[in-house]
Design a protein around this ligand. Structure first.
Ligand SMILES: [Zn+2]
Length: 488
């Protein structure tokens, strides 16, 4: 994510969209979901599915109504307990119920392995708890069925979160379904997230989603549509995700431009009337994907989507297989290029290599921010890279002059908004620049490739890259890590 520091003038308008209602049929999960999921993976990464057999599997059959701003459906989660302990309950996080998102997610019915169970809300309805009818031993599998309806706020992109909002052209539904809470070692992570930056910590999972929506819109999602059909009034698509940490769906009236790069389809939904901005976004992202495929490793999915939304609190934000940009970015070519370089890099850092975006936000932000320098260096040359780097140097120097320097590795809640934006982005990028200066560009490049190859679909902290660098350089960068990342 890159947060916005500017206040924009509200210029949205509403368009009239006919109300349509549908009957929907819920089907049971396919028996060979793994084979289906391969359809979303880049040809070089299809075997990744078989090597991750125990990830959570979400099967959602649903309807989106852009006029009512709702997403309604049934979610069947197939979950294998890998916590190492016996579980007597499941927790789901309902991000739309966070006050800073301003929406609503209500679970209207729940069952576990076919047994109806009550839904117990906690933490101002951010958390939904299901008591299991029988305890779930470690290694055992369970199926939880949840009927849900999500409603977004209307036209609040300038003040709340533009990724969960209905604006004049688009209904954006980020993390809008009941998402199983993290439980990496037998302890549920159910505290309310700090909203200075990214919200969602989640293990890699697989999504199989059917969506019905009115005609006249594009349904844009994480993953790849494997089939679609229409009637006289509506359309339905079936989507599989591959190994992704979250699922986002956007229903939009915006037009798009497309290209293919290294076997991945890239779609850019641009602001109404600004096809030049769409072509720019396509060019920048195409260059970034090709560069990152070479310097980090292949993007493992066969699709990436970019969508313009009305957002006042961020310039760009990453979701698995999708990037959202404030629509005003599409007219600011040089700045837009940096934001695209940043957000595209998040597909490698955050999505494929995961980290705790609340307690170690800098881990992915450092790479996404430093990718802006690497991108400038490759596409525009050394002097452009210096301009990009000097921007971070200046931000960090200003923070130091205010006596606000501190550790990069902090929980988001202990930062101020200002210190978060400088320490977890600019200073964190300068840490990687210092590593590169110490070990040299060739060893640094090797370490980045090794890091990506070793930790795909994992969740890491900052020490994983230290290990990759030290293996590549046969040297000690711990003092550098301590100085830049840990010292106050
Ligand atoms: Zn970011």
């Amino acid at each position: 994510m890159v947060k916005s520091v500017l206040v924009w003038i509200l210029i949205g308008f509403f368009c009239a969209i006919p109300v349509v209602s549908y009957a929907q049929t819920v089907t049971t999960p396919t028996t060979d979901m793994q084979a289906d999921q391969r359809a979303a993976m880049h040809w070089s990464a299809r075997e990744d599915i078989a090597s991750h057999p125990e990830v959570p599997r979400y099967h959602i059959v649903s309807t989106i109504d852009p006029v009512a701003r709702t997403w309604q459906g049934q979610q069947i989660l197939t979950y294998t307990n890998q916590t190492g302990v016996t579980l007597d309950k499941l927790y789901f996080r309902l991000f739309p119920n966070l006050p800073d998102l301003g929406g609503d997610l209500t679970i209207t019915g729940a069952s576990v392995d076919g047994v109806a169970v009550p839904v117990q809300y906690e933490a101002k309805r951010y958390i939904a708890k299901l008591d299991l009818p029988t305890p779930l031993p470690s290694g055992a599998q369970i199926t939880a069925s949840l009927d849900f309806v999500t409603t977004t706020p209307d036209n609040v992109g300038q003040t709340l979160y533009g990724a969960f909002n209905h604006d004049s052209q688009t209904l954006a539904l980020a993390s809008a379904y009941p998402l199983l809470a993290n439980n990496p070692a037998g302890v549920w992570e159910i505290e309310m997230p700090d909203t200075k930056g990214d919200l969602v910590n989640s293990p890699a999972a697989m999504y199989d989603v059917s969506i019905t929506a009115p005609l006249g819109y594009s349904i844009v999602t994480t993953g790849t549509a494997t089939s679609s059909s229409t009637t006289t009034s509506n359309q339905q698509i079936h989507v599989v995700s591959g190994l992704q940490r979250d699922f986002i769906v956007v229903v939009t009236a915006l037009r798009h431009v497309s290209t293919t790069i290294d076997g991945t389809t890239l779609n850019v939904y641009y602001p109404m009337g600004n096809i030049r901005g769409g072509e720019l976004g396509l060019k920048f992202a195409r260059q970034a994907i090709h560069l990152y495929n070479n310097i980090f490793g292949q993007y493992p999915f066969n699709e990436l989507d970019m969508v313009a939304v009305d957002a006042g609190t961020f310039y760009g934000v990453e979701y698995p297989g999708m990037l959202l940009f404030d629509q005003r970015m599409f007219t600011r070519a040089w700045f837009f290029e940096s934001i695209v370089a940043h957000e595209v890099a998040h597909q490698w850092f955050y999505n494929v290599i995961g980290n705790d975006v609340q307690s170690h936000a800098w881990v992915d932000e450092s790479f996404a921010t430093y990718a802006q320098v690497l991108y400038r260096e490759k596409i525009w040359g050394p002097s452009a890279a210096t301009i990009e780097r000097n921007g971070f140097v200046a931000q960090y120097a200003k923070l130091q002059s205010r006596h606000s320097d501190g550790a990069i590795d902090q929980h988001m809640r202990t930062f101020t908004l200002y210190s978060y934006n400088v320490l977890a982005y600019a200073k964190a990028a300068l840490y990687l620049d210092a590593v590169r200066a110490q070990v040299g560009p060739d060893v640094f490049a090797q370490a980045m490739r090794d890091y990506y190859a070793a930790h795909r679909y994992d969740v890491v902290d900052g020490t994983a890259f230290v290990g990759a660098v030290q293996s590549a350089c046969h040297c000690d960068i711990q003092p550098l890590y301590t100085h830049w990342v840990l010292d106050q």
